[in-house]
Design a protein around this ligand. Structure first.
Ligand code: PLP
Length: 446
C-alpha cells in the first residue's frame, strides 16, 4: 500500500494553483495558506488523494476576509441585538464603500481647507429634526449619554448631580447599566420616586444647587404596567431651582426622529425637543435603521460645548459611520423601517409562496404550514408591542441545521415549533429560506 505521506504534494505546488493564487489576492495569503494546510493534513491522513488537495483547499476557502457571516433574520425581532441590530440599506452600504478609501470627510474640496468633519451627515440629521438647534454624532447611545454627563455634571461649577427616576434606572444589555455608566464619568445620581411611580413633586424637591440636569430615560427594553406614573418631558422642562432653570436631558434610546404610526407610545426626538428637552440622546442603529451611532440633538450652545470637550474626541465617530448615517437619513427606506411597514397580508402571501416551493411530500413530512405570528421591535424599543406578522411553522429540530447552513437562517421557537417569521426578512431572501429548509430537512433525513 502506498504511504499517503509520501504522495502528499508540496505546499508551494498546491499554492501555485491559479484559483488559490487569485484567492490570495482577494483574501490575503494567510487565509489561503490555512485552507491549503488543512487540505494537506487530510491528504496525509489518507482522507484525500494528492490530486484532490487543491480542489479541497478551494472548497474550504472563506467567502470573505471576515469571520462575520451574513445571516437571515427570521426571528420576527426587527432590531435584534445579537444579529447586529439594524441591517443597513443598500444606499448606506454603497456610501460605506465610497467612504472606505481616501475621502473628503474633513476637507472642503472647494477651498482646499480643513472642513467640518462629517458635514453631510450632520446637515442631514439637522434637516431631519428641525426642532434641534444643533446636532452632534458620537459612537453609540451610551457614548452620547457619557459625553453629556461628563460635560454637564463634571462638577467644576459645583454641579455634579443628575436627578433620575428610580423606574428609569435601565440596564441596557450585556450587564451594562445607565446609572453605572453615568457614575463612571464622575456624576452622582439623585434617585427619585419608586420603581412604579414618580411625580413632579419628587423631582422638584430633589433639585438643588448641586443639580447638573434632570435625566429622563425611556425604558426601551421593558415595560412596567399596572399602578404606574411618570412625569412627561414638558413638565420636567419647567423645573427651576432658586430662579435657575434646571436643564432637561431626554434619552429616547430608539432613535425615532418623528413619531411612527405603528409605535404611538415610542418617544421621538422631535417631540421631546418641542416639549422642552435641552438635549436628546438616541442610538443610530435601532429604529432609525442606520449604523451604530449616538445622536445628540438640542440647544446649540450646549451641543457646541459637548462637541468641543476633550472627551468628545475619544467618542469620535468613524467616516464609515458618517457615510452610512447620511445615506440612511437621505436615502431610500432602510430595512428596519421597511419591516415596520409590512402588512400581515403581504407577509402571509410570502409565507405561502415559500411553502408552495416545496414538494408536497416535504411539506407533509415537516407539517409545514403558514401561521400568524407576533413579531416585536426587540431590544431597540417599543417593549410589549406586538407587530402582526406571518411565519412558516416547522419542526423544532430544524433550528440547529438551519443555523448551521449557508446562509444561516435564524428562527424563533414557540411551543415546540420553529417559526420562520418574515417580518424582518427582506423579500429578496425568501428563496434562500426555501432552499435552506429544503437542505436542512434533507440533511436530517439522510
Ligand atoms: C439602547 C439604549 C441605550 C444605549 O444605546 P447604545 O447605542 O446601545 O449604546 C441607552 N439608552 C436607552 C434608553 C436605550 O434604549
Amino acid at each position: 500500500m502506498p504511504d499517503p505521506r509520501r504522495a502528499t504534494p508540496r505546499t508551494d505546488h498546491v499554492l501555485a494553483d491559479e484559483r488559490l493564487q487569485a484567492a490570495a489576492t482577494r483574501l490575503g495569503p494567510v487565509l489561503v495558506k490555512h485552507a491549503v494546510t488543512a487540505a494537506l493534513e487530510r491528504c496525509r491522513a489518507g482522507e484525500l488523494g494528492p490530486a484532490a488537495v487543491a480542489d479541497a483547499a478551494v472548497a474550504a476557502l472563506p467567502a470573505s476576509a471576515t469571520t462575520l457571516r451574513r445571516v437571515v433574520n427570521a426571528t420576527g425581532v426587527v432590531v435584534h441585538t445579537n444579529l447586529g441590530r439594524a441591517p443597513l440599506s443598500g444606499a448606506a452600504v454603497e456610501a460605506i464603500r465610497t467612504a472606505a478609501g481616501a475621502t473628503d470627510v474633513e476637507l472642503d474640496l472647494a477651498t482646499g481647507q480643513r472642513g467640518r468633519r462629517g458635514r453631510g451627515a450632520l446637515e442631514a440629521l439637522a434637516a431631519a429634526v428641525p426642532d434641534a438647534g444643533a446636532v452632534h454624532v458620537v459612537n453609540n447611545g451610551a457614548a452620547a449619554l457619557a459625553l453629556v454627563t461628563r460635560v454637564l455634571a463634571r462638577g467644576d461649577d459645583g454641579r455634579d448631580t443628575v436627578v433620575i427616576a428610580r423606574g428609569e434606572l435601565v440596564e441596557i444589555g450585556d450587564g451594562f447599566r445607565i446609572p453605572e455608566l453615568m457614575e463612571s464619568v464622575g456624576a452622582r445620581l439623585r434617585e427619585v420616586g419608586t420603581t412604579n411611580r414618580v411625580h413632579l413633586a419628587d423631582y422638584a424637591s430633589a433639585v438643588d444647587d448641586s443639580t447638573a440636569f434632570v435625566l429622563k430615560v425611556h425604558p426601551s427594553n421593558f415595560a412596567v404596567t399596572g399602578f404606574t406614573s411618570s412625569v412627561p418631558a414638558h413638565e420636567l422642562a419647567g423645573l427651576e431651582h432658586s430662579g435657575r432653570r434646571v436643564p432637561l436631558v431626554v434619552d429616547i434610546g430608539s432613535g425615532l426622529l418623528e413619531q411612527h404610526p405603528r409605535l404611538p407610545d415610542e418617544p421621538d426626538a422631535g417631540r421631546a425637543l418641542r416639549e422642552g428637552a435641552d438635549l436628546v440622546t438616541a442610538s443610530g442603529d435601532k429604529l432609525l435603521g442606520g449604523p451604530q451611532a449616538g445622536l445628540l440633538l438640542g440647544e446649540a450652545g450646549l451641543v457646541e460645548r459637548l462637541r468641543r470637550d476633550p472627551f468628545a474626541r475619544a467618542l469620535r465617530v468613524d467616516k464609515l459611520t458618517l457615510a452610512a448615517l447620511e445615506a440612511t437619513l437621505v436615502g431610500p427606506v432602510p430595512p428596519v423601517r421597511a419591516a415596520l411597514g409590512r402588512s400581515v397580508d403581504d407577509l402571509r402571501t410570502r409565507a405561502r409562496a415559500i411553502v408552495a416551493a416545496w414538494p408536497a411530500d416535504l411539506v407533509a413530512a415537516l407539517g409545514a404550514e403558514v401561521v400568524d405570528s407576533a413579531g416585536a421591535v426587540g431590544g431597540g424599543g417599543a417593549p410589549g408591542v406586538e407587530l402582526a406578522s406571518a411565519a412558516v411553522s416547522l419542526p423544532e429540530h430544524l433550528a440547529a441545521p438551519l443555523r448551521d447552513g449557508e446562509p444561516p437562517v435564524l428562527g424563533r421557537t414557540v411551543r415546540g415549533r420553529l417559526l420562520l417569521d418574515l417580518l424582518a426578512v427582506d423579500p429578496a431572501e425568501d428563496d434562500a429560506i426555501a432552499d435552506a429548509v429544503r437542505r436542512a430537512a434533507g440533511a436530517g433525513r439522510a
